[in-house]
Ligand binder design. Structure first.
Ligand code: ATP
Ligand code: MG
Length: 244
């Protein structure tokens, strides 16, 4: 079983939207059974999941504090992939959630504010020594700022080669528990989700099942208090960083 944790301290970066879309796309492309877990008290993913008419992917209801037990149960039940949505904060519990990840996905909007904010989450992911991928979300087609953002983010880690653009159908599809693939399977948005998922699936395929060795969470409880000293300087952003 693989675990993808969608994390970013930055609010509104697209964690919930992309978590739901990746889980559905994974199920549609034969990577299931897939389960989703919402660890955010806001409950956006949980509400969306409860509106879904399609039973795939499954949804596991639990509190963030019980994530480890939930993942062990999910593995026993035969799930092959679990997509975990997290709140926009950095707490001890989120640190633990990251420690269970096979892959951390960090949706990031191509804006200077969002790019400058990634450092703290990246530090925590690096502390746990987890593979991480940035997904640029909310990009404007053909805008120079998107490639500038990709360059700036690449100073921190791997950037998915396909971007998710800003389109109203991402929000609209989720109103009634669907995804862009279920509303318009041949649409541009569905195609970009397919591309992003196929990249993540390839990354996962090359990894070992780290959950087999789920470590004792008490090993990780020192993380958050140490974060202040782990902060890095924000990456340069903008045209200068491209030409540098
Ligand atoms: N690519 C996109 N195009 C258009 N709207 C988007 C896109 N991605 C996300 N949104 C919208 O942006 C808002 C924030 O997205 P989302 O809830 O997925 O972010 P989040 O990171 O989970 O937020 P939070 O940090 O509050 O949990 C939502 O209204 C969502 O519908
Ligand atoms: Mg969210």
């Amino acid at each position: 079983m693989r675990v993808i944790v969608f994390a970013s301290q930055k609010g509104g970066s697209g964690k919930t939207t992309i978590c739901g879309h990746m889980a559905v796309q994974a199920a549609r492309t034969g990577h299931g059974p897939v389960a989703m877990i919402d660890t955010d008290p806001q409950g956006s993913l949980a509400q969306w999941a409860s509106e879904r008419r399609n039973a795939e992917p499954g949804y596991i209801q639990l509190e963030l504090a019980n994530l480890r037990e939930g993942l062990i149960e999910a593995r026993k039940e035969g799930y092959r992939l679990v997509c975990v949505d997290t709140p926009p904060s950095l707490t001890r519990e989120i640190s633990k959630a990251l420690s269970y990840a096979d892959l951390v996905v960090m949706p990031t909007r191509p804006s200077p504010h969002d790019i400058r904010a990634v450092g703290v989450t990246v530090d925590l992911v690096e502390f746990h020594n987890k593979p991480m991928v940035f997904i640029i979300n909310g990009a404007t087609p053909r805008a120079r700022i998107t490639s500038d953002a990709a360059v700036a983010l690449s100073q921190h880690g791997t950037v998915a080669p396909s971007f998710i653009h800003n389109r109203v159908d991402y929000a609209a599809s989720m109103i009634d528990g669907r995804t862009v693939m279920e509303v318009k399977p041949d649409g541009t948005s569905a195609n970009e989700i397919a591309e992003v998922w196929s990249y993540l699936a390839e990354r996962l395929a090359r990894m070992d099942d780290t959950l087999n060795g789920v470590p004792d969470p008490t090993e990780y409880t020192r993380t958050v208090t140490n974060l202040n000293v782990m902060r890095r300087r924000p990456a340069a952003f903008g045209r200068r960083s491209v030409s540098a």
